[in-house]
Structure formats: structure tokens, C-alpha cells
Design a binder for this molecule. Sequence first.
Ligand SMILES: [Zn+2]
Length: 433
Amino acid sequence: MNHCLAAAAAAFALLLATPAAARLAAPEQRMIATIDAEQERTVAMLGRWVDHNSGTMNFAGVKAVGDMLRAELEPLGFKVEWIDMTAANRAGHIVARRTGRGKKLLLIGHLDTVFEPDSPFQRWVRRGNAGEGPGAGDDKGGMAVMIAALRAMHAAGTLKNADITVFLTGDEEDSGPVEIARRDLVAEGRRADVALDFEGLVQLDGADMGSTARRSSDEWTLTVTAKSGHSSGIFTPGAGSGAIYEAARIIDSFRRELREDKLTFNVGLIGGGATAELGADRIRIGATGKTNIIAGTAIARGDLRAISPEQIARAQAKMLAIVAQPLPGAKAEIVFAPDGYPPMAPTDGNRALLSRLNAVNRDLGLAEMGELDPVRRGAGDISFVAKDVDGLAGFGAASDGDHAPGETVDIASIFKQAKRAAIFMSRLAAERK
Ligand SMILES: [Zn+2]
């Protein structure tokens, strides 16, 4: 091959393997450069947030972390407001707004963690690419992605005309009564065109997954009462079966009759005997009984997770029908708590957003993200707006061991996610409605 031909072949090969940068507009390349240049700043910021306890019920701590976020958002031109939630017996939320001409974006994250001040797990420890600490991933890591992306947009000029509301709840891990505690978030969802949730990125076999859906989370409590008496008479017409057999019948019928795709229901707590009483915290039962006394009472608590309101209704109807056919001598009642998390169903609108995010992935030279099976993730705040606005979840960081001491964030994922989010948001924000 002569020199000229070799050069032409090389140029052709270059064309085939167009580097990612060539597919990105100049401001997009600038955002990537900013996120990379600010890596140490971002990690130091996250470390300060993690070192400040913000367990859901540590109201002063949640407010203090809210102030730290305010200090990041105000210099970017956001008008920041603290919504007090004393009425819901919770700390409150941060809402930050800047108005613009394009699509209205709603970014959702949370200030609180599951680790209260009495937890032994309180400190940020960095080991290379791993950052360990309470909320390192969930959701302080997610807020770090959000701030890194917004700072990059600010530096590149793509934030200037963007219409963005940031909503950071203070009680995601243990919400107050939702009609109060989620009232303002629901209202923001009605105004928005796109909602993005900065909670954990889910990876399967090393591949980043796109979250178009999250399942609901509801709680139920089963209470059974029955005639007590001498055990020798059990199953006779006069004595009946007792409360524990009836509770066992109901729970095993759930297991056999309710199962369907995307639906799960766990029994997390059970107790029964001659007496049984549910504690005020609803996480323990005090029970007494003897082997020779027919159980007079039994209590069980569990959850129900589903992909759509129809699936919740179908499951609850079956549960009620099972409860309504008690064994002789027993009486059972099931109550569904009113404060559940609704489902975010995988709508066409959400899927369209994922394909637009995959265009960003292609332009960044990253693999496309497949659609995550929602069975693989928990409930989240984006579900409260899902019926009113298209959305995507999982813009936060990748992490391991969330909700337990040792929770660890993958620091590199913060920068990767910030690049994705900054470019995705800039493209959406530039679109006229
Ligand atoms: Zn979370």
C-alpha cells in the first residue's frame, strides 16, 4: 500500500470509529471537562454531607444538610426555599427553582438517610474509588451527581435558559403522612414536563440499567381473634381452630393464590397466643401463650409491592376474599395502611425518555442502557409524580450495601452519571415545549 492510500485508509478507519467527542456539541464537551476538572471538589463536598448525620428523625441534621445544598444551588442562580414539615412530624424539604423557556425539568433526590444519630455508622471513609459512609450512595451520592451536573451546565452556559426545579425531600426513608409530606412534590410534578430521580444507578452484570418504572410499596396488618380454651378441644365445633391456625391459613393462601408477575408480598412480623399486642412502633409484638391453650389472638404485618394501581387493587381484593372465609370460631381483619408509595408504571413516555438517554450514551461512547425489571428496585419519591409526568429513575450513583453499615459508593460512577445527566438535561432544557 502506498503512502497516499494508507493515509486514506487511516482516515476512513477514523471516520468509522468516530470518537465520542466528535458527536458532542462544544458546550457538551465543556460540561465533560468541567465534571472531570471538579472531581476532587465533588468528592470533598460529598464527604462533608456524609459526615453530617441526617437520619430522617434527626430534624436538625436534615435541615443542616438542606442548608449545605442551598449553599451549592444559590450560586447557580436557583431561588431556594425550605418547606417546613412540622405538621407531618418530619424536618422539611428543599425546593430550588430557576425558570426558563424550555421544557420544565423536575429533579428529585433526598436529604435524609436511614442512619439516625445512635447508629454506629457515622463517618465518610474514602478508599481510592470507594467511598464508605451513611448515605454515601443513598442518596447523598445522588445529590452529588445532581450538583456536579448542574455546575457543569452552569459553566457551559446550558443552565442559563433552563427551567429546572430541584426537589429534595427530607423524609424519603420514612415518610410522614403522604397527604401532607408529599403535597408539594405532587404539585411540582403537575407543573413539570419531565421528572428525573437521582437515586441509585442499578447495574446488572456490570451493565448500567435504565429505570422506567418503580414498584409501589404498601403495608398491611392482619389481626385475628378466636375463641380461646383448653387445647384438647381444638377443631371441635365448640372450640374452633384458634387464631394461629387461622392466621396460618390466611398467610399460606396468600402464598399460593396471589402470585403474579411483578407482584411481591412479604410477611415481616407475626405473633400470636393467648394474648398478643402490637408495639406502638409497629415493629414488635408482645405475645404470651401456653401449649395447652387455644390461641385467642394473632397479628401479622407485611408489605405489598406492585407495578400498577390495577395490580394493587387485584391483589388487595384477593387478600380480602381470603380473609373473609375464616375457620370455625375465628374472625380476621386485614387493614391496608393509607400511606403507601404509589407505583411508577413503565409508560411509553418513560420509555421514550430512555431511548433519548441512549442517544446521549451513544454520543458519549457508552453502552446503551437496557430497561431494568422494576422487581429489582425499591419504591421512591418519583412515584408520587409518575401519574402526572414522564420520568426516568436511577440518575444517582452506583453503590453497594445501601441501608446497612458499610454502605459504599462507586466514586467513578458519580462522574459518569453527572456527564450523562448534564448532557441529557441540557438537550431537554433547550427544547421548546
Ligand atoms: Zn433513597
